[in-house]
Design a binder for this molecule. Structure first.
Ligand code: NI
Length: 192
């Protein structure tokens, strides 16, 4: 299974609004093979998610998965493999929390962004079956990060205080302990 090349910041494909996938396209061998490759690429890169435009395919498809002890995000609760097609997110309350995010398309940078704490996720799974569920806390943040990619947005656009931007090494040194404490409280509260 080939790994796909990941687009990094500055690639125009990361700034487009990706297009919806039709039902006919979704069941085609091309798109099904692409989804397999997207998942393999996400796993190989230790991502918590990967959106199709991040691998130069501007269609509204993303994969999300957090397995135990992800080396990039060890504090994230597990999320079973989820492929979303044409997703729509709706906040279910005004409450937001501060997340500290990184991205496979943004080399060696993390920063603090506000994310909705409780959202509704609607769309299709990879087989075209409608999905409709709720997500909370850090898991809700992961969905918002991936769906942003489908709208041409990258987490750095949402960083309100540039002083929170940090290389991964410096994040480990100076911000990790405080953030993990906050993240643990969020996980305790939302259970995900
Ligand atoms: Ni990303």
């Amino acid at each position: 299974m080939p790994f796909l090349k990941i687009a990094t910041l500055g690639e125009p494909v990361l700034r487009e609004r990706s297009r919806e996938v039709t039902a006919e396209e979704l069941v085609s061998p091309d798109v099904q093979t692409f989804i397999d490759d997207l998942i393999a690429t996400m796993r190989d890169a230790d991502g918590a998610g990967l959106a199709a435009p991040q691998v130069f395919n501007p269609i509204r498809v993303c994969a999300i998965e957090v397995r135990g002890n992800n080396p990039r995000y060890p504090y994230k609760p597990a999320i079973p493999l989820t492929v979303l097609v044409n997703p729509v997110l709706t906040p279910l309350s005004d409450e937001q929390f501060e997340n500290e995010e990184g991205c496979l398309s943004v080399n060696d940078l993390r920063g603090a962004v506000q994310r909705f704490a409780h959202i509704r996720v609607q769309g299709l799974d990879r087989h075209g079956v409608a999905v409709d569920f709720e997500a909370r806390g850090l898991t809700a943040g992961t969905y918002q990060h991936e769906v942003d990619h489908l709208d041409g947005k990258v987490f750095v656009d949402r960083v309100t205080d540039p002083a929170t931007l940090s290389t991964w090494k410096n994040w480990e040194r100076h911000r990790k302990a405080t953030f993990v404490e906050r993240a643990t409280a969020i996980v305790a509260r939302f259970g995900q």
